[in-house]
Design a protein around this ligand. Structure first.
Ligand code: NAD
Length: 237
């Protein structure tokens, strides 16, 4: 299978946890609704942060350590190469909080669900997120903001609004080809992007080892692991 990209195409890519699976980072709902052994509802919610910030920070500290040990795989690299071949016509939106796309060389991207390597104040005090790669051994080590609030992971928890939605909507409305890689189609609003792209008349292609929940909205499904399928998938006209 080959996907042709013409000079008039604009490409929007959405990636999920599956693209980082071949880098050794566990997906979100591998088979049992757990992420790296944790129940996400007990970790990835504003209530969890209020109830047990030590557990939430322990989880994200471990994810930071996992991410530091991981390296981009051929799928991340193939997307960075595609971006380089399509200047001004390529946009990447990832649901992933790891930084493997950046480390593969992607530039034009947004992290709609936040970034592991950043922290921000737990209060809405207006200060910007800061870069933070620290792995905290206990809650005592987590720094505080100038306003007095404790820092929290710069992550969009369930029930919170994803980042950059206006820009994402604009990019989807302008795209003619949507590629969706390694996401189960179970987390909204990302699971709706393919419907928005179809409404705008775009071709929509899913790449992953099994069809996602929203499979019927795709014009093509390419079954396989992203690291094996993406390199060599595109033909530029
Ligand atoms: P998900 O776990 O619900 O789905 C993962 C999908 O990846 C599945 O459909 C699976 O078939 C597919 N997959 C597995 N191996 C693959 C491979 N080698 N190549 C391609 N696809 C493969 O993940 P999701 O839909 O991204 O869930 C959304 C949430 O999980 C996001 O909010 C994200 O922030 C969070 N998350 C992020 C990371 C990360 O940053 N690496 C890891 C786990 C979860």
């Amino acid at each position: 299978m080959s996907i042709s990209i013409s000079p008039s195409d604009r490409v929007f890519v959405l990636t999920g946890a599956g693209i980082s699976a071949e880098s050794g980072l566990p997906t979100f709902r591998a088979s049992d609704g757990l992420w790296a052994g944790y129940k996400v509802e007990e970790i990835c919610t504003p209530e969890a942060l209020r109830r047990n910030p030590a557990l939430v920070w322990d989880f994200y500290s471990r994810r930071r350590a996992d991410c530091a040990r991981a390296a981009p795989n051929p799928a991340h690299i193939a997307l960075a190469q595609l971006e380089a071949q399509l200047p001004g016509r390529f946009f990447l939106c990832t649901q992933n909080v790891d930084d493997l796309h950046e480390r593969a060389g992607s530039h034009h991207l947004v992290h709609m669900h936040g970034e592991l390597a950043k922290s921000r104040c737990e209060h809405e005090c207006g200060r910007l997120p800061v870069e933070d790669h620290a792995v905290y051994a206990s809650l005592d080590q987590v720094p505080h903001c100038a306003c007095g609030g404790r820092m929290r992971p710069h992550i969009v928890f369930f029930g919170e609004i994803p980042f950059e939605m206006r820009r994402i909507e604009r990019e989807i409305s302008e795209s003619t080809l949507m590629l969706v890689v390694g996401t189960s189609g179970s987390v909204y609003p990302a699971a709706n992007f393919v419907h928005w792209a179809r409404q705008a008349g775009a071709r929509t292609v899913y790449i992953g080892p099994e069809p996602p929940l929203n499979a019927s909205a795709f014009t093509h499904i390419v079954e396989g692991k992203a690291g094996q399928v993406l390199p060599g998938l595109f033909t530029l006209a």
